[in-house]
Write a protein that binds this ligand. Sequence first.
Ligand code: F6R
Ligand code: MG
Ligand code: MG
Length: 369
Amino acid sequence: MKTMAKITLSIIKADVGSIGGHLKPSQKLLQTVENYIKTKGKNLIIDSYVGHTGDDIAILSTHKKGILNKEIHKLCWNAFLEGTKIAKKQGLYGAGQDLLKESFSGNIKGMGPQVCELEFEERPAEPFLMFAADKTEPGAYNLPLYLGFCDPMYSSGLILSPEIKKGFKFRIMDVAYTTAEKTIELVAPEEIYDIAALLRDNSRFVVESIWSREAGEQAVAVSTTRLHNIAGKYVGKDDPVMLVRVQKNFPATGEILSPYAMSPYVAGFMRGSHWGPLMPVKKNSSISFFDGPPSVSCLAFCVKNGKLTEPVDAFDHPFWDEVRKHSSKKAIEIRRQGFSGAAMLPMSELEYTGVMEVLKKLEKRFKIK
Ligand code: F6R
Ligand code: MG
Ligand code: MG
């Protein structure tokens, strides 16, 4: 039997500047990045889609070069450099903020932008989802992924479909370990309690990928970079991207989407230092209340021989208007308590150093009786 060449889906995403604070990129910036990919990538990529979620621009490309390919990564890096020039010209805020290294070497991982890639042999029909989130961290996907791939309360296919009943393998990364990539593999359903024990801590343990045990195929890839591990200081939240292949040997699109209806509280929001509800938003949405709320978009595509269909905006449906109202209520409720207790992140996750400095200054004034 003739084997098809594998195709790769790559999302590379960065914040290289936005209008009015950290709200959204300008049309001109977006257009510049898109034009660069279309013209300079002509002989390299098969197809592409460029869009934004909040202040982050995501480049989705399809190609046959495999993951971590230097040419593909360099193309996107250069597109963001080109965008940065425009951002500077327009006086956009945070121009080039996610491009943390001076020059390109090897691949873009560890240079600032988020990366998430999936390589596979296309099925006769190949539906997949492209998620992009702003004002939050990669662990924001932990709970929705756990529920979509392990819990029949959300993913009824785990009971109803023999194709996915065998369960899934989770590869989980300890992102607190910064000298190298440290991961563990655990299988559902046998080890779901262990999976849950790790995934409850979104800031440390992050789903990196998920694999079908029936087919051995990869279903999910999540970007896992922690920006402040690279920069050594706060330079913005990580704003993660994710690819999820769906249907047949994977959960259905609606099963993957269903956990987002709860708008779980995630870390991020104002100054990357608060808890806020993850609001499912329409494509190319802006950021607003309290530099948030943390937002996630989802575009559904099909791909054939690397050619993409137009995207369907999965959260642009009357159902999600109700969910957005619910997210707003959750956001208003937690914001009423300002800096106090559960509203602000613990000291270890605060993205600005102000509180540490206050503590240091006041330490001398404490009296011990
Ligand atoms: C959070 C975020 C914003 C900024 C805030 C202050 O990820 O991007 O909430 O932290 O607007 O921004 P700077 O420090 O750039 O003035
Ligand atoms: Mg930003
Ligand atoms: Mg952002």
